[in-house]
Design a protein. Structure first.
Length: 155
C-alpha cells in the first residue's frame, strides 16, 4: 500500500532571510545619506565653482548613492527567490549581474563625463569618494546596530 501522508502546509509567502530587514534599513539610511550628500556637495560646489560645481557635487553624490542602492537592492531582490530550488544560482546571478552592470555603467559614465566643460571634475571626484566612504559607514552602522540571530534561518 502507499503511504498517504497529509501534505505539509505551505506558507503563502516564503519566509525571507533574517538579513532582509537589515538590507531594507541600509537602503533607507543609504538613501537619506545620499540626499544629504547631494545637498552638502551642491552647496560646496556652488561656493567653490558656481554652477559647474553644483552639477558636479550633485551628480557625484547621486552616482555613489545609486551604486549603493544597486548593491543592496540586488541582494534584497534576490532574497525574494528564497523558495526556489535554484535560489543559490539565482542569488549569485542577480548580485554578480548587478556588479557587472555597475562596472559597465561606471566605465561609460567616466568616459562620457571626461573633459566636460559643464562639470568640475575635482568636485565630482571628491563627491564620489565621499559618497563611497559614507555608504561604507552607513553599512557598518546598520549592521553593527542590528540584531542578527546566531542560528541560521529556520527551515
Amino acid at each position: 500500500m502507499t503511504d498517504v501522508s497529509s501534505p505539509q502546509a505551505q506558507p503563502d509567502k516564503p519566509q525571507m532571510p533574517s538579513s532582509q530587514p537589515i538590507l531594507m534599513r541600509a537602503m533607507k539610511w543609504g538613501g537619506l545619506a545620499t540626499i544629504g550628500l547631494m545637498i552638502i556637495f551642491g552647496v560646496i560646489g556652488a561656493l567653490v565653482s558656481g554652477s559647474t560645481g553644483v552639477i558636479a557635487g550633485v551628480l557625484g553624490a547621486a552616482f555613489s548613492g545609486l551604486f549603493l542602492m544597486l548593491t543592496v537592492g540586488s541582494i534584497a531582490f534576490a532574497n525574494r527567490f528564497i523558495a526556489s530550488p535554484s535560489y543559490i544560482a539565482l542569488f549569485f546571478g542577480i548580485v554578480m549581474g548587478s556588479w557587472l552592470l555597475k562596472f559597465i555603467v561606471f566605465i561609460v559614465v567616466s568616459l562620457l563625463l571626461r573633459n566636460q566643460d559643464w562639470l568640475n571634475p575635482t568636485i565630482f571626484f571628491i563627491a564620489v569618494v565621499s559618497g563611497v566612504i559614507v555608504s561604507l559607514v552607513v553599512d557598518v552602522l546598520v549592521i553593527t546596530k542590528s540584531r542578527i540571530p546566531v542560528v541560521s534561518d529556520p527551515q
